[in-house]
Design a protein around this ligand. Structure first.
Ligand SMILES: *Cc1c(COP(=O)(O)O)cnc(C)c1O
Length: 436
């Protein structure tokens, strides 16, 4: 490697003895391992190419300089700028993952034991993890029977004087009808956090999803539409007076984005809605940011490809009266098509979705054991919740999960695989109708 130079966060000036920011740099051998990890293979040809790459990377090592920073530096700023442009906001903040982004919003709301948080019955557990961990009471809203999203009418019924937050989830990337939720929030002085884990690039009434609630957090975990090398999240706020605290909330209340002059840099508490809170560390790496930048360039094409697959599957299922296909959306609801949600109509299919899924598995089509209503999870019982009592307050979620919906694979399939899957779905329904 070329000479190390002083690039520490403090302004040390030019020195004969430098102090670098990165303790141990990555070398040629490390980088080749990364290439081998991201592009796996075996056999003679593969080994030969890797050997050549190793030689070339070693040469590169001799004439190149390592990055001065691996955490919270120019790549992180760059992806945040790109996200700002894409979403039309001014405070995108890259964090370790989407769940970390939620925590910033929960802390802003000064969530305390006994406060109530309304979440949809069907979502991923991390929507509510922080709220549950601080002893807030989770209240489950029932869902819309077609989109599976939180039903604003049920939210209205479940608001009490203790409700501090509402957390709508754009499940599968299908936008929640958020305007009525914002009206309720305004009336009752409630903070709205959008769980936009599936919804980077979705639009609601012409607005980007994630720009209407007080906070929104997007996920770039490996299973989502785009990823930041496996983990990542972007959190945004629309609360004007909180925007300047987003970066401080991500990293211990200190701002290291500029070179520091004073030995005693400032660490501040963060002003929450009613009282200050303490920020911890959700800082992402430069590598996460770089990975996300590359994939973010492809987001529109990815959503288009997903939409094409959904359109095709819907055309195959249109004739079948026992199937309700994934909603394609309209000009007010533009989804990201993260999941393909298929529902069966049990009375017409002659059986429920459990039978349907079992038969589909037998024909070698994967269905994912996804999205049981959260109050079915043992963590809720352990925390003192009564599953049966809550189930009575979410009849739509209960019926959908037990009898009607599943998700089908959607992306990265060949036309032949899509064809086969559509054929098998129709074949299974035929068999069920005939009582087989
Ligand atoms: C994936 C997911 C999350 C969590 O995202 P992470 O980036 O893994 O923290 C939150 N909510 C929903 C609905 C998800 O599917």
């Amino acid at each position: 490697m070329a000479d190390k130079h002083t690039n520490y966060r403090y302004n040390t000036g030019a020195k004969r003895v430098p102090w670098v920011s990165v303790g141990e740099n990555y070398n040629a051998e490390d980088l080749v391992e990364v290439v081998k990890f991201l592009m796996q293979g075996e056999g003679k040809e593969y080994d030969e190419i890797i050997k050549n790459i190793s030689k070339e990377v070693e040469k590169l090592d001799e004439i190149s300089t390592p990055p001065g920073r691996l955490s919270l530096a120019s790549e992180v700023s760059a992806v945040e700028e790109e996200s700002n442009k894409f979403l039309g906001v001014d405070n995108s903040t890259l964090v370790t993952n989407c769940t970390a982004g939620f925590e910033i919003a929960y802390k802003y709301a000064n969530l305390k034991p006994g406060d109530e948080v309304i979440v949809p019955a069907i979502t991923f557990v991390s929507t509510m993890s922080y709220a549950l961990s601080v002893g807030a009471k989770i209240v489950f809203a029932d869902i819309d029977p077609i989109t599976l999203n939180m039903d604003p009418r049920d939210v209205a019924k479940k608001i009490t004087p203790k409700t501090k937050m509402i957390v709508p989830v754009h499940i599968g990337g299908y936008p929640v009808d958020i305007d009525p939720i914002m009206e309720l929030a305004k009336k009752h002085n409630i903070v709205v956090l959008e769980d936009a884990a599936h919804a980077f690039g979705a639009k609601y009434k012409g607005r980007m999803v994630g720009t209407t609630g007080h906070f929104a957090s997007f996920s770039f975990h490996e299973v989502k539409n785009i990823t930041a090398f496996g983990e990542g999240g972007i959190v945004t706020t629309s609360v004007p007076e909180f925007k300047e605290y987003m970066k401080l909330s991500r990293f211990v209340g200190a701002d290291f984005s500029k070179v520091i002059d004073k030995w005693c840099y400032d660490v501040v508490s963060i002003p929450g809605k009613t009282e200050p809170f303490v920020a911890v560390n959700y800082a992402p790496t430069e590598i996460q940011a770089l990975g996300l930048r590359m994939q973010m360039k492809r987001i529109k094409d990815i959503i288009a490809a997903r939409k094409a697959a959904v359109t095709y599957l819907n055309s195959r299922f249109a004739e079948c009266d026992a199937l309700i296909p994934q909603s394609i959306g309209n000009e007010d609801y533009e989804p990201t098509f993260h999941l393909y949600q298929l529902q069966i109509v049990p009375e017409k299919a002659g059986g429920d979705v459990q039978t349907f899924k079992k038969k589909l598995e037998e024909k070698s089509v994967t269905t994912i054991p996804h999205y049981a209503p959260l109050y079915h999870f043992s963590i809720m019982k352990d925390m003192g919740y009564d599953k049966d009592e809550i189930a009575k307050t979410c009849p739509v979620a209960e019926d959908l999960f037990a009898n009607k919906f599943t998700h089908l694979p959607l992306y990265g399939l060949s036309q032949e695989q899509l064809d086969y899957m559509a054929d098998m779905v129709l074949e299974v329904i035929d068999e069920m109708k005939q009582g087989k």
